[in-house]
Write a protein that binds this ligand. Structure first.
Ligand SMILES: [Zn+2]
Length: 394
């Protein structure tokens, strides 16, 4: 059990790993929420606590079930993002393999890894015992002030699901992060989104998480719109804050902050704020850091812990979203191997590689259109792999 207090709301909650569960019958779908995967982001836990209280009181007629899970409970209890390791960067293939083989060695004593193993066990128990389709939503907040938004791995199935929420969507964050929980779940073949509600301490973030959770209950088909009290109010709550509405953005650049780097963002950047190439964004030990290209600043770092200094994002025109859906559905990627400059990786037949010396960004954009993600870059080559379960469930 962990106890959390919210002074502004004069509220105290107590919860276990399973914050709540509601639903009847033996059919799917099953919707799983995570809250507090980062321990300094209690907003999602408060919202889920409210959601399950309300479901118990209202007793709506639900098809399938919803389960709320707490993330890094040790870190939540201490109000820190993590203790030693970021729980949302631990879900890469090698670590999963070690968990499965029981080969965590020294990692076993790290509190965040213990949290991961506990979540891994519960997650796979749910996947084995409950009925699909499975939907996952991970509730987060940001250190900078922000409007609510969704992040996702760019599969068509994720896109379609996310479009049900009236907030901006950011595609392809997994190319820049190693081991987020939702990417791991995506690779298992399930729909998975991150929902960022606003800044860590804003009460509005709890309201946004709560609104999002009701909208997702409808989008996943667990509840009908008319069975949700105040559905329209929840929709409007998110819609009104999203001056960028249904716009979709892609990540162009990530500033990677090294462990001992003294990195400081210039104060006052809001998430999604427009920036110009050459604009002074931050300072580190070596001096000023300037924007590489035009775009919008995304997730500027205003806290001590975290390895992403900031990202630069750019809007994708809706036409390109349609084009990419078309190309993927009709498997245009079968033609890739015939194109100049693109070869199958001799070491891995499921991977393409391109020489970095040929027009860099257009190649990356082209692969993105076809549902590929950049899986690595060396001095000479970019590597690309197709995202699994892009258009169809496993
Ligand atoms: Zn977070």
């Amino acid at each position: 059990m962990v106890t959390l207090q919210n002074k502004a709301l004069d509220k105290e909650i107590r919860f276990d790993r399973e914050i709540g569960r509601f639903g009847r019958g033996t059919t799917g779908p099953t919707l799983i929420f995570f809250g507090g995967v980062h321990g300094n982001e209690p907003s999602g836990v408060f919202a889920l606590h409210d959601l399950f209280n309300d479901l118990a009181r209202i007793q709506p007629d639900m098809s399938g079930r919803v389960i709320g899970l707490a993330g890094n409970m040790t870190a939540l209890a201490q109000g820190r993002r993590f203790i030693e390791r970021d729980l949302n960067r631990l879900w890469h293939r090698e670590q999963i393999h070690n968990i499965q083989k029981g080969k965590l060695n020294g990692g076993r004593t790290i509190p965040d890894v213990q949290e991961q193993v506990s979540i891994y066990d519960i997650l796979h128990h749910i996947l084995q015992t409950e009925k699909g389709p499975f939907y996952f939503v991970d509730l987060h907040t940001t250190s900078a002030e922000s409007i609510p938004f969704v992040t996702l791995n760019d599969t068509l199935r994720n896109r379609e699901f996310a479009m049900r929420l009236p907030v901006p969507i950011i595609l392809g964050i997994e190319e820049f992060l190693s081991g987020p929980l939702m990417s791991y779940i995506n690779e298992l073949g399930h729909i998975a989104l991150g929902f960022e509600a606003g800044s860590h301490d804003a009460l509005q973030s709890i309201t946004n998480h709560y609104a999002c959770s009701w909208l997702v209950l409808e989008a996943a088909g667990l509840l009908k719109r008319e069975d949700i009290p105040d559905f329209q109010r929840h929709y409007d709550t998110l819609h009104e804050q999203s001056n960028d509405g249904d716009h979709v953005f892609e990540i162009r650049f990530r500033y990677h902050r090294t462990e001992h780097e003294h990195f400081e963002m210039r104060p006052g950047f809001r998430n999604f704020q427009e920036i110009r190439s050459g604009e002074w964004l931050a300072t580190n030990d070596k001096g000023k850091i300037y924007a590489r290209e035009n775009g919008r600043i995304f997730l500027p770092l205003y806290q001590k812990q975290g390895e992403d200094g900031y990202f630069i994002i750019r809007e994708i025109h809706p036409v390109w979203l349609k084009v990419s859906a078309f190309l993927r559905r009709y498997h245009f990627d079968r033609l890739l191997k015939y194109l100049p400059g693109i070869t199958i990786d001799p070491e891995n037949p499921h991977r393409f590689r391109t020489r970095r010396s040929i027009a860099r960004w257009h190649v990356v954009d082209f692969f993105h259109l076809l549902g590929y993600r950049r899986a690595g870059t060396t001095k000479q080559y970019h590597y690309f792999v197709r995202r699994a379960y892009d258009t169809e469930a496993p």
